[in-house]
Design a protein around this ligand. Sequence first.
Ligand code: G3P
Length: 222
Amino acid sequence: MRTPVIIVNFKAYAEVEGDRSIGLAEACQDVSDETGVSFAVCPPITSLSAVAKAVTIPVMAQHMDPRKPGAATGWTTPELIKAAGAKGTLLNHSEHRMVLADLALAIQMAKEKGLECCVCTDTEATSAAAASLAPEFIAVEPPELIGGDVSVTDAKPEVVSEAVAAVRRVDEDIKVLCGAGVKTGRDVAKAVELGASGVLLASGVVKAKEPRKVLLDLVQFL
Ligand code: G3P
């Protein structure tokens, strides 16, 4: 994925149930086409394939399990998300935490399938630990700010800059994103100022009355 990037996580909000995921992904695609800003979308797994068919911007899964194809009822393998058209996956989201050994294996299995990983973390220490597993992206998000109205870039800018520095010390190639409460172009600009290569956000776009308006606002300083 090209950076700076705006990754929109659709989560499991009612606003993206069924085909409504396609409409939101198409809005992201339009704004990306119009402005040249890099976007990626993470629809619910049930809409992954339909969304991947509808847009050309990268589509990512919200989670992936380090399981092999076969008898794995209810688990989501790298092969399944790749076949659905995903280019990568979020891992270890604050709402879907993983055990360290499973996270390491998931990143390894994703790499073997050419899938990019964005590992979510919450502090400088967990960002450094995640960096040692060499994912392509790390997104630092203080859990208490997720879904709220105050952006991490205002409430805890040090969390972003410290995560960026900690990850760089381990592996300069990993891109660090930030998220939690991000809603405006000003928040995105501040994230970039703090050293981030973009943002991971959800409610500000998914729950907006006019998502397209918010998307255009988000990219205005990039
Ligand atoms: O995955 C993005 C996320 O957890 C942040 O959510 O609603 O604060 O943008 P939100």
